[in-house]
Design a protein. Structure first.
Length: 237
């Protein structure tokens, strides 16, 4: 089975997503890895800017066009390594004739299966403002916590001014936001932006995190009937 990927949102995150798929697959030779068709389209309009009303450019039509191209190429399912883009999941699913993995729903499933009752959310302004994590998790009885206004500003600096811009990451910001979410009562902190996944890749951030991009990679392998390495069966650190 072939996995389709709507990528480029952002570019480094897409490259890391492909790396995760390869790293997490239990394969002893090239032919046992997952086939992927990746459309790397960084020109797609910024999702957060549109959701917050700061830009009139709706990114969804470009994503639909890519999704249809992937469907024509007979992929089994589609992944989007951009969590904010899941705001458009319903519209995408209605217009693309191939299943699109819903990373936020899968996050809820993963937390519930691990008996987590409360979670902090680190994500873009667009994701936080839309409430897509909060509504899904609270539907299944998981209490959610989001950063304060000042802490959210630090999260956005990490995502946009540091990771996306290719600049050094100020890990102190990440740790301060994490600590404040735990003080509110979060058992687990969701890394709800693919750029934050890159911080987890590059730094020893410790325990009590769930990386949504790792989860998306895991679910992508399983949906496409690939073999998952045993160490990636449970993803909460």
């Amino acid at each position: 089975m072939t996995l389709g990927v709507i990528g480029g949102l952002g570019p480094i995150a897409t490259a890391y997503f492909m790396e995760l798929i390869i790293q997490m697959t239990d394969a002893s030779k090239d032919q046992e890895h997952l086939a992927m068709i990746i459309y790397h389209s960084p020109e797609i309009a910024d999702r957060t800017s549109y959701i917050l009303g700061n830009s009139p450019k709706n990114p969804v039509w470009d994503m639909i066009q890519i999704g249809r191209k992937l469907a024509d190429q007979e992929v089994a399912c589609i992944s989007i390594p951009c969590i904010t883009a899941h705001y458009f999941h319903k519209e995408l699913s209605e217009n693309v004739p191939v299943p699109i993995i819903h990373a936020i729903q899968e996050t809820g499933i993963e937390l519930r299966e691990n008996h987590i009752k409360s979670a902090g959310i680190m994500a873009t302004d667009g994701t936080i403002h839309s409430g897509i994590f909060q509504s899904r998790l609270e539907e299944i009885g998981i209490k959610t916590f989001v950063p304060t206004k000042d802490d959210q500003k630090m999260v956005m600096e990490l995502i946009y001014q540091e990771v996306k811009a290719g600049k050094p990451v100020d890990l102190d910001k990440f740790q301060r936001v994490s600590q404040h979410l735990r003080e509110q009562g979060a058992q687990v902190i969701i890394l709800g932006c693919t750029e934050l996944s890159l911080i987890k890749r590059d730094f020893p951030i410790g325990s009590g995190y769930l990386d949504t991009m790792e989860l998306l990679a895991q679910r992508s392998i399983l949906r496409c009937q690939g073999r998952l390495k045993k160490e990636y069966e449970h993803l909460i650190t």
